[in-house]
Design a protein around this ligand. Structure first.
Ligand SMILES: [Zn+2]
Length: 146
């Protein structure tokens, strides 16, 4: 698949309950996720992480995350949630297109208030904790999460 040709995809044990992570040119998929979900959801999660990877290349999302992570918390949260919704929507659209069928999985459903509130707690762990540069950010994520 052309869109995956420059991305290394690795399945690893995570220290946190997250499905996947896109760091530099590598997508990390949580080993627990690969075992716990259906193949369709596993596929969806890989597409979700590809979306984060593509957004970072096109819109410098890691730089923006670092910048927002030092500013107002609500703006940081809005940014993080927006990126997650974009990645879920990308995964749905690409999954449906490639498979010619609609996936019965909506990802994190962060358009719902209750799900946003759960995500707020996750985001508070990162807020004001992020390093100053993108390189340090990658190292930080690998050290803390994977
Ligand atoms: Zn995500």
């Amino acid at each position: 698949m052309e869109m995956c040709s420059d991305i290394d995809i690795q399945v690893k044990e995570f220290r946190i309950p997250a499905g996947g992570l896109a760091i530099n040119n590598t997508i990390y998929i949580n080993e627990d996720t690969s075992l716990a979900y259906t193949i369709e959801v596993f596929y969806f999660i890989i597409l979700h992480e590809i979306a984060h990877h593509k957004r970072n290349i096109k819109a410098n999302t890691e730089e923006k995350l670092i910048e927002f992570g030092k500013g107002d918390f609500e703006l940081f949260l809005d940014f993080v949630i927006s990126e997650e919704i974009i990645a879920d929507r990308y995964a749905s659209v690409i999954f449906n297109y490639l498979n010619r069928e609609k996936i019965d999985y909506g990802g994190q459903n962060l358009h719902l208030e209750s799900r946003r509130n759960e995500y707020k707690q996750k985001s508070q762990m990162m807020y004001n904790q992020l390093p100053d540069s993108v390189d340090e950010y990658s190292e930080y994520l690998l050290k803390v999460l994977v």
